[in-house]
Structure formats: structure tokens, C-alpha cells
Design a protein around this ligand. Structure first.
Ligand SMILES: [Zn+2]
Length: 108
């Protein structure tokens, strides 16, 4: 049996920037990817720090098509951020739909 995903890497929700510890973990995951070619899955609630997550991974050699940015079901006010993430060529995880529906926060 072989692993199918490196994850789940996370950054905090709604911080101003990635912490140094988070950058180290993302860098370590990038190194693991370079050795294994296994895709990387992240926790990125509503797209917070998604571009920063992508930057750390791609600057360490991970191709965008090997990255899945999770939790990007569009919530009120997040569509622009999600589209910028999608423009980077990564996969986007639309995996929080029930949570959004139950909070009645769908926007567009
Ligand atoms: Zn998560």
C-alpha cells in the first residue's frame, strides 16, 4: 500500500501572515513531495493565506497541479480570493458546502 496524499497542511484561519513554523511545515512537505511526487492537500479556510501557501510550496519546487487548496467553497466575501487562488493553477477543494449551508452564509 502506498500513500496517496501529503496532508493535511494547515495555516490558521484569518491571520495576517503565515507563521515561521507554518512555513517550515510547508517547506518540509514540499521536500517530501519532491522525493515522492505525491500531491499535497492543505487546510485553507475560506482561502485565508491560500496564495501564501501556494508560494511556499511552488518556491520549493512543487508544481501547482500537485497542490490541492482545501476548504474553498465560496462564502460571503471570499469569491475574489478563491478566484485568485484558482488562477495559480492549483486544484481547489470545494469541501465545506454543508457547513456554509447550515450557517446560511452563501453569497453569489
Ligand atoms: Zn481543514
Amino acid at each position: 500500500m502506498k500513500p496517496g496524499i501529503i496532508g493535511k497542511l494547515a495555516t490558521e484561519d484569518e491571520p495576517a501572515k503565515m507563521s515561521s513554523a507554518e512555513k517550515k511545515i510547508f517547506t518540509a512537505a514540499a521536500y517530501a513531495h519532491l522525493e515522492t511526487k505525491i500531491p499535497i492537500l492543505t487546510h485553507c479556510w475560506a482561502g485565508w493565506l491560500g496564495l501564501e501557501q501556494i508560494d511556499v510550496l511552488t518556491q520549493n519546487g512543487v508544481p501547482p497541479e500537485k497542490i490541492i487548496i482545501g476548504h474553498l467553497a465560496v462564502q460571503k466575501g471570499t469569491l475574489d480570493r478563491v478566484l485568485k487562488i484558482a488562477d495559480k493553477g492549483v486544484y481547489i477543494g470545494i469541501d465545506t458546502i454543508l457547513d456554509i449551508i447550515t450557517k446560511n452564509s452563501l453569497s453569489k
